[in-house]
Design a binder for this molecule. Structure first.
Ligand code: HEM
Length: 139
């Protein structure tokens, strides 16, 4: 009886060990700390870009930081809910063209590079953001 219980315990424990948590894009971006760093570099990139900065003239950096952090976390399968506005509502009235959209993507690439994110993870994040393009441009 005792050995049966021990066997069951061992089986239960090895069952736990054989199901490791699936590695997510969030993990590959460096988790919460990594995304914090990416967002800091991204905001810095925007702050130095003469074409993109004017779009943010009336924005609150602290809110943008909080919501874009949640957004990147959520879209990369991290443990966060996105509590900001939807993509259309945010960008409506900005009349963003394709050129400026691509420019923001380039700024994000720069931020990912500065944060030391490996290239495959950079491309995976951008691939998840790309489908949002039609909600953002010409609104
Ligand atoms: C895939 C690309 C993009 C994503 C995922 C994205 C996402 C976001 C998010 C999450 C916010 C904060 C939402 C909130 O406050 O509730 C935001 C705000 C903003 N975005 Fe975007 N965005 C993108 C592209 C762009 C582009 C291309 C521009 C301009 C060229 C832009 C300009 C802005 C501005 C100005 C704000 C601040 C709005 C405000 O303060 O009310 N975004 N964006």
């Amino acid at each position: 009886m005792r050995s049966a219980i021990v066997t069951l315990l061992i089986l239960a424990l090895s069952g736990c060990a054989s199901q490791p948590k699936q590695r997510t894009l969030y993990d590959d971006l460096g988790g919460a700390e990594g995304i914090d760093q990416i967002v800091s570099h991204f905001i810095n990139q925007i702050g130095h870009d003469p074409v993109i900065l004017p779009y943010f003239a009336d924005s609150h950096v602290s809110r943008f930081r909080e919501k874009i952090t949640e957004h990147f976390c959520h879209i990369s399968d991290g443990p966060c809910a996105y509590t900001g506005d939807n993509m259309v509502d945010i960008h409506v009235g900005m009349d963003i063209n394709e050129h400026d959209f691509n420019r923001v993507v380039d700024l994000l690439y720069n931020a990912l590079e500065q944060s030391g994110v490996p290239h495959p993870a950079q491309n995976r994040l951008i691939a998840r953001l790309a489908p949002l393009r039609s909600d953002i441009i010409y609104r």
